[in-house]
Design a protein around this ligand. Sequence first.
Ligand code: HEM
Length: 478
Amino acid sequence: LPPHTETRHGLPVVDPSAAPAPAGPLVLATMERARTYGPDFYQRFGGHELLFAGGLGLVTELADEQRFAKFVGPALVNVREFAGDGLFTAFNDEPNWAKAHDLLMPAFALGSMRRYHPVMLRVARRLLTAWDGHAAAGTPVDVADDMTRMTLDTIGLAGFGFDFGSFDSDRPHPFVGAMVRCLTWAMTRTGRPPATAAGAADEAAAADTAFRTDAAYLASVVDEVIAARTAAPRPGAKDRPGADDRSDADDLLGLMLTARHPSDGTTLDVENIRNQVITFLIAGHETTSGTLAFALYFLSQHPEVLRAVRREVDGLWGDAADPEPTYEDIGRLRYTRQVLNETLRLWPAAPGFARQALVDTVIGDGVHLHAGEPAFVSIPMLHRDPVWGDNPELFDPSRFDPEVEAARSPHAFKPFGTGERACIGRQFALHEATMLLGMLVHRYRLIDQDRYTLTIKQTLTIKPDGFTLGLVPRTPAE
Ligand code: HEM
């Protein structure tokens, strides 16, 4: 520990006035601190001290749902300004959380992925068409931008029957820019300099005005999505080109608009539906696209892993020029799925979540938390705990071989959060990402022509910044 470090309940207290945060994205600053002070430490904010937990011991206890629950912390309270009581930002005791959770769960059961599969495949093909164009022209692709195009179109079509048409334009859909700015506003609003600092009040007012404009735009997209369904109710998805044979009634928007809760027979109210639509449009694409971009980065750096993914996809699809992945195929891409897990271990796209004590309690070696007190789980640090061996920075998908995984604590890997407020869209994200990664590896050689050095960009979530790849179509022998 640095000299003169204060302690509380035996853990170091980091005082930013004495030890300013390292420059750069918050996630890296937190990791840097954990390397200096240990995985678990308190950080002083104004008059408060907040516990940051990154070691398996404390995180295991924080995952105990008898003593802890999700904490909707300051950044999420800011997100409530545009996502209200949607699932992600609802307080635990808000009745709309349990109601929406019950009503929307069926849309995320494993079996529902069979329903989304044809739409996911359709959008994946849009990406391949765009990338074929780059491969033919010899131009590199902006990986994060294109992954975002793909995941936004997928959640739009699969969840809401709404087409963002992201590949029809050179620029990302304006929803993406407005969303990123709103998330950045939510993340930075709380840590602003005091209004008394020179120019700070004007800057804050300007940021708030810009935020209101962006939030109003997001709301207008939501209205468009809902109107597209309610103004012209479709008899059934059969009538739509390329759609599967189910009706719209049981996609996400269908459930939101029509499903009745068994306890009281009511549907979600109009305001809540709007909040859910915005929540799912954001939560449903931003993290999956970051994960895919990181996965492609790792594949471009690890030829032996790339070869193993190739063997797997070639085993399924041979040298077919245009394979037609089935729903079942995606479950067979086990190693590809391990690559995604290992990606989520090193760079979990949503790098933290917050917990709150439900009762006065003690965790670890005498760390007291009083009822209501929050603690922040740093997922990248948890994912580098000694339980992962002595070289945790090494990208090694064999860590997720079934027998290796079975021997490890279930609390060592939490990229989707924990407990009843964990990610509802996990299967959706993994199905979509596994399929796309498999298809890309089957089709292209990925060329890191700029010798990219990983740089992290953070809004609330993280992504590789400025990562481009060159593409060369694979010939069967490669
Ligand atoms: C919640 C991560 C994809 C919808 C969460 C949480 C995490 C997370 C860590 C818990 C947050 C907390 O405790 O405060 C991820 C990652 C994804 C992903 C890493 C992709 C790799 C998705 C997708 C959807 C989705 C595809 C929707 C289609 C949600 C929702 C919640 C949530 C609605 C709130 C659930 C609740 O509180 O009831 N996600 N997510 N996520 N996620 Fe995801």
